[in-house]
Write a protein that binds this ligand. Structure first.
Ligand code: PMP
Length: 463
């Protein structure tokens, strides 16, 4: 590993970290009792910790490092921009070359009709922007009562007050009295976890989509602003909806005049084998929050892609949209984003996910579904999951939901593969640049992890 700095012993970092660093989405008492793992470097799909151990990053960081680590071109673009114009705002009739060029570059890869980008700094801010912009849209359309959002249980849209409210994570809501007023949640299209016995994926997909129609009719279409959902739920457990789901959702939104918001924070920028998950699933959204793969995580950035049918009326009639961030369109982030998009385009990474490396890893990943502890293996593009079960036929889970997922994730780490666990589901979303050989290694390490889990469960008398 090329070390950019002289590293101190791991224990020193762990000690100062435990003393001063409050981690996000973390039980600090638990983490400090064990000591954090300290990462020091990365290259391609490989992470290196301060003990010199190399791990495959099966999660692209947090679903964001789409082009992989160690891209000199992005680092160089950021450095050059920081020297020339490290910061200037985009308020008060100002812009700068990177913001204008990056907005243009995003519009070029976006689906037809998405010619405007509003910049933010994270996925949470992107969804807060949606929350305000969608309401302003209906105001200027002369329908100011359309204020209510419908989103989904177990959806994830961020951690700020509005985005966590749109999200349907009950454990997040429980901690601080969320959701805020004006947000309703319907069921998720989680066939493996929630279908009735014998119900086909197609029937289940339709049933869950029609919950949207019922919710709109109950609240009154004249009061509903937008439906917000991820094309594939990521943090909720890589839940890939049945094929019937999105066409029915799109139909319902169009029929009842509800804005459709596809949260592309994870799916955007190639993850599903198209530039946007909406293209993979045939969704025709009005707004698309984006982040993560926008800069491949080299620097924080988020934004909202706005369809012309929404942007047009708001820009013409609303006057000032009283919303924006100091760092909206930050020049260094835009420079990173431009270099990132150039890599994705020049290396054809998105097509490669659809036609080459995606199908290659999928074939190996779906085979893991034959393991006795796997109830379902699923993957689209380069985002997938394994549902861990105690009894494959009956789909019985292990006791204490979440314990087995955590156990499996730890075993995977010991096998040199970073996966994530949501409840008892293992998740994977590797960088889009992985080689065939690395895809083989992911499948081998995941298979070994399942065998190790089976041994551990047998030893513990849990099978
Ligand atoms: N939307 C989705 C679909 C996400 O997966 C995430 C983050 N995992 C967010 C929004 C929030 O993004 P951020 O953490 O950058 O605020």
């Amino acid at each position: 590993m090329d070390s950019p700095r002289n590293l101190r012993p791991t224990a020193e970092y762990q000690a100062i970290d435990a003393a001063h660093h409050w981690h996000p989405q973390t039980d600090m008492a638990e983490v400090n009792a064990r000591g954090s793992r300290v990462f020091a470097g990365a290259d391609g799909i490989w992470l290196t910790d301060t003990e010199g151990e190399r791990l495959i990053d099966g999660m692209s960081g947090l679903w964001c490092v789409n082009v992989g680590y160690g891209r000199e071109r992005i680092a160089e673009a950021m450095y050059q921009q920081a020297k020339v114009l490290p910061y200037y705002n985009t308020f008060f009739q100002c812009t700068h070359p990177p913001a204008a060029e990056f907005a243009q570059a995003i519009a070029e890869v976006a689906p037809e009709g998405f010619s405007k980008v509003f910049f933010a700094n994270s996925g949470s801010e992107a969804n807060d922007t949606v929350f305000r912009l969608a309401r302003v849209y209906w105001d200027v359309m002369g329908r100011p009562r359309k204020k209510t959002f419908i989103a989904r249980k177990n959806g994830y849209h961020g951690s700020s007050v509005a985005s966590a409210s749109l999200g349907g994570m009950s454990f997040m809501h429980a901690q601080s009295g969320l959701p805020i007023a004006g947000v309703h949640h319907i069921g998720q299209p989680y066939w493996f976890g929630e279908a009735e016995p014998g119900e086909s994926p197609a029937d289940f997909g339709l049933r869950r989509a029609r919950e949207l129609a019922s919710a709109i009719d109950r609240i009154g279409a004249e009061n509903v602003c937008a439906f917000v959902a991820e094309p594939i739920q990521g943090a909720g457990g890589v839940i890939i909806p049945p094929e019937t789901y999105w066409p029915e959702i799109s139909r319902i939104c169009a029929e009842r005049e509800i804005l459709l918001v596809a949260d592309e924070v994870i799916c955007g920028f190639g993850r599903t084998g198209r530039w946007f998950g909406s293209e993979t699933f045939g969704i025709k959204p009005d707004l698309m929050p984006i982040a993560k793969g926008m800069t491949s995580g080299y620097v924080p950035m988020g934004g909202v892609l706005v369809h012309d049918r929404v942007a047009g009326p708001v820009i013409e009639r609303a006057g000032e949209f009283a919303h924006g961030y100091t760092y909206s369109g930050h020049p260094v982030a835009c420079a990173a984003g431009l270099a990132n998009l150039a890599i994705l385009r020049e290396e054809g990474l998105v097509d490669r996910v659809r036609e080459d490396i995606g199908p290659y890893l999928q074939e190996r990943w779906l085979k893991l579904g034959e393991h006795p502890l796997v109830g379902e293996a699923r993957m689209v593009g380069l985002i997938g999951a394994l549902e861990l079960v105690r009894d494959k036929e009956r789909r019985t889970r292990f006791a204490e939901e979440g314990r087995t997922g955590t156990e499996a994730r730890e075993l995977s780490l010991a096998n040199g593969l970073v996966m994530r666990a949501t409840r008892d589901t293992l998740l994977i979303a590797p960088p889009l640049c992985l080689t065939h050989e690395e895809a083989d290694m992911i499948a081998e390490r995941a298979a070994r992890t399942l065998d190790d889990l089976a041994d551990a469960k047998a030893r513990a008398g849990e099978t």
